[in-house]
Design a binder for this molecule. Structure first.
Ligand code: HEC
Length: 242
C-alpha cells in the first residue's frame, strides 16, 4: 500500500464502503440510508486525514493543485480540469432535470383482479363437466373455439402472450399462471367470458380491459366448452364448492 498516494487509498476505501453497503447488505438498503452512511464515512475519512499536518498536505495538496493549477503543469492536466468543471454542472443539471420532469406513468391504482361475480352467475356449473362419454369431443370443440377466437390475445400456449398481447395495458390473462383459472370456479370464468372487460365492476376497471363480451358472439354451449378446454389444456382443476 506504501506506493499508493493517500488520496488514492481514501478513494479506494470510500468506493469499497459504498459497494459493500450497496451489494453485501441484505435486505438491500434504501438509497437514502446508503447516503446517510456514506456521509458518515466521508466525515470519518476527512477527520482521519486532517489529524496530522503531513497527511492533510498529502491529501488536500493534489486536490488544491488540480483545482488551482501550477506553473509547470502540462496541457493534459489543464484539459482534464476543464473537462471536470464542465462535467460536474452538466451531471447535476441532468439529474435535477430528470427528477423534475413530469413522468407519464399511469397513476398506481389498486385493481381487483378477481371481483365477485354478479349473483345470477354464482352457482352455475359446467353442463359438459360430467358428460364423461363425450368429454374428449367437447374438449376438442372447446379447443377449436379457443384457437378461432381467443388465441390472438391469450396465446397458443394459453400464457397470455398472443400476437396482440403487447398492445394492451392490462395484458390478457395467463391461464398457465397458478393464480388464475386454477383458483377460480367455472361459473366465474363463464361470467368473465360472457361479459368481458365491459362487464367488470368499478373496482376492477382502473384501466380498460380489452377482453371482449363473448355472449354477443359465442353461444352458451360454446362458452362452456372453451372453459372445459382451458382446464384440460393447462391441467388445472376448477375450484369447486367443497
Ligand atoms: C382482444 C383480446 C382478448 C381476446 C380475443 C380474448 N381475451 Fe380474455 N382477456 C383479455 C384481457 C386483456 C384479460 C385480462 C383483463 C380482464 O380480466 O378482463 C382477459 C381475461 C380473461 C379471463 C379472466 C381470467 C381471470 O383470471 O380473471 C378469462 C377467463 C378469459 N379472458 C377468457 C377468454 C376466452 C375464453 C376468450 C376467447 C373466447 C378470450 N378470453 C378472448 C383479452 C382478450
Amino acid at each position: 500500500m506504501g506506493r499508493i498516494p493517500l488520496i488514492g487509498k481514501v478513494g479506494i476505501i470510500w468506493v469499497l464502503m459504498y459497494l459493500a453497503l450497496k451489494f453485501l447488505v441484505s435486505p438491500p438498503l434504501p438509497s437514502s440510508v446508503i447516503f446517510m452512511y456514506m456521509s458518515l464515512v466521508t466525515v470519518c475519512v476527512l477527520l482521519y486525514v486532517s489529524v496530522f499536518q503531513d497527511d492533510a498536505d498529502a491529501f488536500f495538496g493534489p486536490i488544491k493543485r488540480f483545482i488551482a493549477g501550477d506553473d509547470n503543469e502540462g496541457g493534459l492536466r489543464k484539459l482534464s480540469r476543464v473537462v471536470v468543471f464542465i462535467a460536474i454542472p452538466l451531471f447535476f443539471g441532468f439529474r435535477s432535470y430528470n427528477s423534475n420532469m413530469p413522468s407519464f406513468e399511469p397513476p398506481i391504482q389498486q385493481r381487483v383482479i378477481h371481483p365477485a361475480p354478479p349473483t345470477q352467475f354464482v352457482g352455475l356449473y359446467n353442463p359438459y363437466r360430467e358428460d364423461k362419454e363425450h368429454f374428449a369431443e367437447n374438449v376438442a370443440a372447446g379447443g377449436k373455439i379457443f384457437f378461432e377466437n381467443c388465441v390472438f390475445c391469450h396465446g397458443d400456449k394459453l400464457d397470455g402472450n398472443g400476437i396482440f398481447a403487447d398492445g394492451f395495458n392490462l395484458r390478457p390473462a395467463n391461464f398457465t399462471d397458478p393464480t388464475t383459472i386454477s383458483m377460480l370456479q367455472e361459473a366465474f370464468l363463464f361470467w368473465r367470458i360472457s361479459k368481458g372487460g365491459i362487464g367488470l365492476p368499478e373496482e376492477s376497471t382502473p384501466w380498460d380491459s380489452a377482453m371482449p363480451r363473448w355472449e354477443a358472439m359465442l353461444s352458451e354451449e360454446d362458452r362452456w366448452k372453451v372453459i372445459l378446454f382451458l382446464y384440460d389444456y393447462t391441467g388445472y382443476a376448477p375450484r369447486t364448492w367443497e
